[in-house]
Write a protein that binds this ligand. Structure first.
Ligand SMILES: [Zn+2]
Length: 257
């Protein structure tokens, strides 16, 4: 894990070598911080806990953007702050608990499984905590109850697994309307006023122009694939990870279905 990097005043990002997964730290009052999607390996979380301690910070609350294994992790070293997610995400994490634990065991072994996915449902328009306002943008694109977080004071959007410069749109094809859900998610993220920086769950932090570019790429990709047209997405190349090319092929087949 690279060291925590300050992307805006009081907003720090750590990026794991595993799938360029980001963890975001928002500095609050009296040494407390809001920790979003701590990830991924046991060593990553240990390094994150050490760095927070070295900076005099301790998690006052956690937020999981969505109920996928690499976004619902935690470690004893991070303390016992309450961890929140949108209601639909909590339900999905509980329903699919065994699948999530299997993936953790397979992909990032050694975590205390008892701490995985221990989330409390939080409804409403913002995370209530002792720190900068953290507005929620909840939708069902990519996963049920996908809760992005927007910090109006700094203009930072923590997008979860949307708006990546490395990953194509990954739809939740088990949902009733995967395409509609994803488009709704893109619309909601695209209509947040005042975004100056976007932090994707996997990939690089981008500015407002880069957010527009990614939203445009995602829309073009979905338009083409859903219409059965070929589309040359710059994020999808022969060098892309095998799982991503397979997700793309699955989606092509889904729309041919
Ligand atoms: Zn995900």
């Amino acid at each position: 894990m690279r060291r925590l990097t300050e992307v805006a005043p009081g907003v720090l990002v750590a990026t794991s070598a595993y799938a360029m997964t980001t963890s975001t730290v928002i500095v609050g009052s009296a040494g407390g911080c809001l920790l979003i999607d701590p990830a991924v390996t046991v060593a990553d979380l240990a390094a994150l806990a050490d760095e927070l301690a070295a900076r005099g910070l301790r998690p006052a609350a956690g937020w999981s953007t969505h109920p996928h294994w690499d976004h619902v992790l935690w470690s004893a070293g991070l303390g016992n702050a309450p961890r929140y997610a949108a209601p639909a995400a909590v339900t999905a994490a509980e329903t699919d608990r065994n699948g999530i634990l299997d993936e953790v065991t397979k992909s990032a072994p050694g975590h205390d499984l008892d701490l995985v996915g221990r989330l409390q449902a939080r409804d409403g328009s913002a995370i209530s905590w002792d720190g900068p306002e953290a507005r929620l943008i909840v939708h069902d694109g990519h996963a049920p109850g996908h809760g992005a977080v927007f910090l109006p004071d700094s203009g930072v959007l923590i997008a979860g697994d949307m708006c990546s410069d490395l990953e194509i749109p990954l739809l939740d094809t088990t949902a009733a309307d995967p395409l509609g859900d994803y488009r709704t998610g893109l619309e909601r993220l695209g209509s947040v006023p005042g975004v100056r920086q976007v932090i994707p769950g996997h990939g690089h932090v981008g500015d407002a122009g880069e957010l527009r570019r990614r939203l445009g790429l995602d829309t073009a990709y979905l338009d083409a694939v859903s219409a059965g047209r070929p589309y040359d997405d710059p994020r999808l190349t022969a060098d892309s990870p095998k799982w991503m090319r397979e997700m793309h092929e699955d989606l092509v087949r889904y729309f041919q279905g």
